[in-house]
Each structure stands twice: as C-alpha cells, then as structure tokens.
Design a protein around this ligand. Sequence first.
Ligand SMILES: [Zn+2]
Length: 285
Amino acid sequence: MLVDLKTLVDEAARQHRAVGAFNTANLESVRAVIDAAEKRGEAVILQHAELHETVAPLAIIGPIMLGAAKRARVPVCVHLDHGEDPAYLKQALDLGFTSVMVDASAKSFEENVAITQKVVALAGQYGASVEAELGRVIRPASGGGGDDPSHLPPDAQYTDPEAAGKFAAATGIDALAIAFGTAHGVYTAKPVLDVDRVAAVREAAGLPLVMHGGSGVSPADYRAAIQNGIAKVNYFTYMSLAGAAGVQSLLQQKGEGVRFDEMAEAARLAMQADVERAMGLFAGA
Ligand SMILES: [Zn+2]
C-alpha cells in the first residue's frame, strides 16, 4: 500500500520509534526491503537518490519502486532522497513519488528557506510530503556530495534548535533532517552523537526528525537518538555491504561457474536479513 511520508513519521514519532528508509537502486534491494517489511509486518520507506542515477535512472527504477509499494501488504512510502535539482524533484513527483527531500543545506539559511518553500508548494500540488535539511551532515566526495564541514566546530556543522524552529515555521515541511554528529558512507572515526541536541531540535521544531549517515552508529546510540525524536533513519551503505558479502560467500562456496542470477539472489537474501535486523533496531526491539 502506497502512503506518504507524513503519515508514517507522525505515527512513528508518537510511538518513539523510527521508520527505516532504504536506498534501493536495483531490483534486488527493492525486493529485499519489501520482503523484510512484510516479514516484520511494519511500514517502510523506499528511496532513490540522484547520485545513483548511473546505477538506476529514476525513470526506470521509480516505476519499479512504486509498483512494489502498491503491491506490498504493509504501508510503503516512495521517497526521493537528497533532491537538489528542481527538474529532478518534479520528475519524481510526476512519476507518483509520495515524498521528496529537498537538500539546500549547504546554502545560507535564507536560501535554504526560499528553496524549500518552493518545493513545499510544488509537492503540495501532488499531495506529497517534504523533508528538508538544516545543518550539514558530512558527505564525502565518494558519497556523491563532497560536503565535508568536519573541520568546522560542532556549532557550525550541527543543527541549531532555534534556527530549526524558525525553519519549520517558515517552510511548512513534514520532516527535518538534522546534523548531530553522524556521517554518510563508511565511517572512518567512531561517531560521537549529540543526543541532547536531537531533543532540543525536536522540541523547537515540533517535527519528526530524520537521521542521515548512520554508519558506525552503535545500537545504543540509535536507540538514544530515536527516543529523543528521530522518526526516520536513512540506511544504505551497510545494507549494500551485506549484499556484497552474500555474493562473496557464494563465490567461495561454488567457485567458478556461478551465474549472475545466482549472485543477485545471494545479494537479495543477504540484504533482506540486514534490513530485518536494521528495522528491528529502529522499531526499538
Ligand atoms: Zn543523506
């Protein structure tokens, strides 16, 4: 069943849990996430980011994600992750995506507000939800962004509660992605999360919050972040690594003569197991 983001994150926030949002740039990951969600009987978010356009063009993978969401026995939101180009955002909405993230977080506060307001107006015409970002989550060049503010002091990188309150009121968004110590991609140093900041931003913005870049975050830190207001967790890198590990163990078992469709199956099943584990963590299990 296809649903919007607001429905899912509002309910998750009330229940002090988070909905998993998984980047699914191939058929194997679409099926892995839906199968995991159906097995657990929980809602889930499929999302696509522009940086995966070379892996799977939105025009091809978008209808596959939407078809899988509509057929699913659990509520599924189909969301555009990290939209920066207005034409790309519109393409997702035209396809039927029920939510978009507009990411103008590297711009000034005023520009971020102005850009986000335009996307809220556009998405409103489609009945779709909007996530925006305030603060700067580290995004290495290899992660498709090249925004690395880690040389800045925490107050210059992390989301300011007062600014978040103003941003929420000025834009009318449905969910806010915040920076509080996480980083995209494979982690290189153990992240130190500012969980008190999560609670302060949640209080000031009055919105369900989104955590990007969960790499290297311990289960205890996930739980603390979710208890304090994170209602959507973006998850990709470690699911993808689990898929690759599934392929590697198949190759070790069978050696030469392994077919690609067998590799794809091994990846799908390994990703499903990892997604089930992640969903359990986000649900507070
Ligand atoms: Zn992100």
